[in-house]
Design a protein. Structure first.
Length: 704
């Protein structure tokens, strides 16, 4: 592996972001300076949300350099001890695989199941081990840079968020309701809660109505298909190249359905292009958007809904969507005065049944499944005759690309977000001028654990971008405008883990400061974990027990609050514990050992130390005998030996400058093969950093 010195870091950040001939409009987009009137979020004058369909993060970007993908060194393990990618399949297992086709980006993949029941079954109460039985082998497919070069190039040019989740473990509509209203009618009013694509008509308030109340302009860009009426099924047509695929979920609310022409809800949500009357020319889909941009009429907030063929919903190819996305970027790039003031958010409504290795943060349903310092009552679906009781979400990770003059440079942001983060970003933008703009539908738990997207930007000093080759997408434009059959997928004969691109990318500073400490209770033979939070954002800790000794648990901890949990060991007939605590951005605390009186009992903490990037490792010997300890630095591949007397604590300063704040320390005890404690993650200093070097195949320089 390469050393993490400054010269190599710059090379690794550049990675695959190679210079090349850029389409003129994209070159202009990258060169447009940000509107800089105040140096704050108030410089944003237009927010555009382009929401595509049904792709998970790993399925698209698991091989992308510098994101938490297939090279994640701290992925969860299944109850059989195998890493989470080894999904059970019959009597064997199935790893993620790329179908053996020349161009997967233009392949018509089968659409996996993606409803409430099958998704919760795949998640399996946090075990995350039933994907293939519930979703089929297509769920384990993935793409590479060669398959979807435009998507990868956008990530290299702007910002990708690798901890953005869909809002609900289920289908399209409930996820889009979160994006447009903050929830699914969780309180049972207005026709909720809605966990399926029932589309029977609802009555709770939507966020665009709140925008309307305070005088913020908004609009939905779409094609009307055969009519945005009940007869036209609100844009859903059998012709995949017209309409909005039913993705304008505002039209499932009675207040929009009943809105008369000439009223704001009708004029801004029930109008659009009509390419069915214009020869079904896909290029005409962008006309209304182009006209508004060129004439200075682009609303302050707008949403874009594509016809089915361009949504990236299987079986339609990913690169059809790349063509569609590129058209909007080309329009914005052609009008630099507009683009300089615009944020374009490109996200996906749900994972669509495609596997992602990150277990989503969820609220505990009962004390047996964890705890929370914030109310979770409205985040648990009570169950009905056809659907089990379960958390609404968060759902699986999906891609979010942040395209704007304030997010250029190939950044990764690893703060936990979901679709309600978009609403909160809009709230944050208008907080000064419209403090009354607040989406009350967003639950307290969700506001505590997901961010508002502001950490994805640098409004004070926008980044000078790397030069990136954004491929021409003209070859992706469909020519026959007809449906095609599914690609016949076969199970791979050889199983190997996908290889993630080597290298790192610049990473945004995050608001996290997790604190987790574990210790043995010798009086009852149990293991106790304290969960703290010294950061500025809520945390969800996911706790797993090896070999399925205990069911997974989740602990939600607000800033400057704490919780505790106890795991019975002796009471369950065991003599040792093996627990792993996972948190955001690769955070891990893993505890192994015995619970007998003479077992090694160390209380290990890691505190932010003096200096720009440092930590103080404190090892407290709570046992009865002196312990000789070895501390292995897995980034430097070096170790230190310590001798700790009974009842004494040894502090050790750990310099993290060379690893840019990343650490992975393994503590073992001489003569006790059962004992091990691992502490891993990233120390946040408020400064930007780099993505996890261990994922990128690099290590820090040798310690002095």
């Amino acid at each position: 592996m390469k050393d993490l010195d400054r010269r190599n870091i710059l090379k690794l950040i550049a990675g695959s972001a190679t210079a090349g001939a850029l389409p003129a409009s994209i070159a202009r987009a990258l060169s447009v300076p940000a509107h800089h009137r105040t140096g704050t979020i108030e410089d944003v004058e237009h927010i555009i949300i382009l929401t595509q369909e049904n792709r998970s993060f790993d399925h698209y970007f698991g091989t992308l350099r510098g994101v938490r993908g297939f090279a994640d060194p701290r992925a969860v393990k299944l109850s059989n001890g195998r890493p989470v990618w080894h999904q059970p399949h019959g009597t064997g297992e199935l790893l993620p695989f790329r179908p053996p086709v020349d161009n997967l980006g233009l392949t018509y993949l089968t659409d996996p199941p993606h409803g409430w029941n099958d998704t919760h079954a795949a998640w399996n109460h946090g075990q995350h081990d039933q994907w293939v039985p519930n979703k089929g082998i297509v769920s384990m497919t993935y793409h590479t840079r060669e398959d979807i070069p435009y998507h990868f190039a956008l990530a290299d040019a702007f910002t990708i968020c690798d901890a953005y989740h869909c809002s609900l473990m289920g289908p399209t509509d409930p996820n889009r309701y979160h994006m447009w209203t903050g929830w699914v009618g969780n309180d049972g009013q207005g026709g909720g809660p809605v966990i399926t694509n029932a589309e029977v008509g609802y009555d709770w308030m939507t966020f665009p109505e709140r925008l309307e109340q305070v005088g913020i302009s908004w609009k939905v860009y779409q094609d009307i298909g055969t009519g945005l009426t009940a007869d036209g099924y609100w844009g859903w047509t059998s012709d995949a190249y017209i309409g909005n695929y039913g993705d304008n979920s505002l039209l499932y609310f009675h207040q929009y359905q009943n809105a008369a022409p000439g009223t704001p809800l009708a004029d801004r949500a029930k109008t659009g292009t009509n390419i069915n009357a214009e020869g079904r020319d896909p290029l005409r889909l962008i006309e209304a958007f182009r006209q508004d941009v060129s004439q200075g009429k682009l609303p302050q907030v707008s949403w874009i809904a594509a016809p089915e063929a361009f949504t990236e919903h299987p079986n339609f190819p990913a690169d059809f969507g790349a063509w569609y996305i590129s058209q909007f970027i080309d329009v914005l790039a052609s009008y630099p005065d507009v683009f300089s003031k615009t944020v374009l958010l490109i996200n996906y409504d749900e994972e669509g049944g495609f596997f992602d290795h990150m277990v989503p943060p969820t609220p505990a349903q009962s004390p047996e499944e964890g705890a929370s310092t914030v109310d979770v009552s409205l985040e648990i679906f009570p169950g009905d005759a056809s659907h089990p009781k379960a958390p609404y979400g968060l759902g699986m990770r999906v891609p979010l690309l942040v395209v704007s003059p304030w997010s250029k440079g190939g950044w990764v942001n690893s703060q936990v977000f979901d679709h309600t983060s978009i609403i909160r970003f809009i709230e944050a933008r208008f907080a000064k001028s419209h403090p009354e703009l607040h989406e009350s539908n967003i639950t307290p738990w969700r506001r505590a654990v997901v961010g508002d997207l502001t950490t994805a930007f640098d409004f004070r000093m926008p980044q000078t971008p790397l030069r990136v080759n954004l491929p021409d997408t003209s070859a992706y434009l469909p020519t026959d405008l007809v449906r095609q059959p599914n690609y016949v997928l076969s199970e791979p004969s050889d199983a190997t883990m996908p290889q993630q691109e080597r290298g790192v990318r610049p990473a945004r500073a995050l608001p996290y400061a997790p604190q987790v400490v574990g210790r043995v209770h010798v009086d009852d033979g149990s293991f106790h974990i304290d969960f703290g939070n010294e950061g500025r954002a809520g945390l969800v800790y996911h706790v797993r027990s090896a070999q399925g000794a205990h069911a997974p648990r989740c602990y939600t901890v607000e800033p400057h609050r704490s919780l505790s949990g106890t795991w019975a060991v002796v009471a369950q007939g065991a003599e040792s514990y093996d627990l792993a605590v996972h948190g955001p951005n690769g955070f891990l605390r893993a505890f192994k050992g015995g619970v007998a009186l003479d077992s090694t009992r160390l209380r290990v903490t890691l505190d932010v130390g003096p200096g720009r990037m440092g930590a103080i490792l404190k090892i407290d010997n709570q046992g009865q005998e002196r312990v000789r300890v070895k501390v292995t630095d897995r980034y430097a591949h070096e170790h230190r030996h310590l001798v700790i007397e009974a009842g004494r604590q040894v502090p050790v300063h750990w310099d993290l400058d060379d690893s840019h704040g990343w650490y992975d320390l393994l503590i073992t005890a001489e003569g006790d093969e059962l004992y091990a404690c691992e502490l891993a993650g990233h120390v946040e200093t408020g400064e930007h950093s780099i993505s996890d070097p261990m994922m990128g195949g690099v290590r820090k320089r040798r310690m002095d």
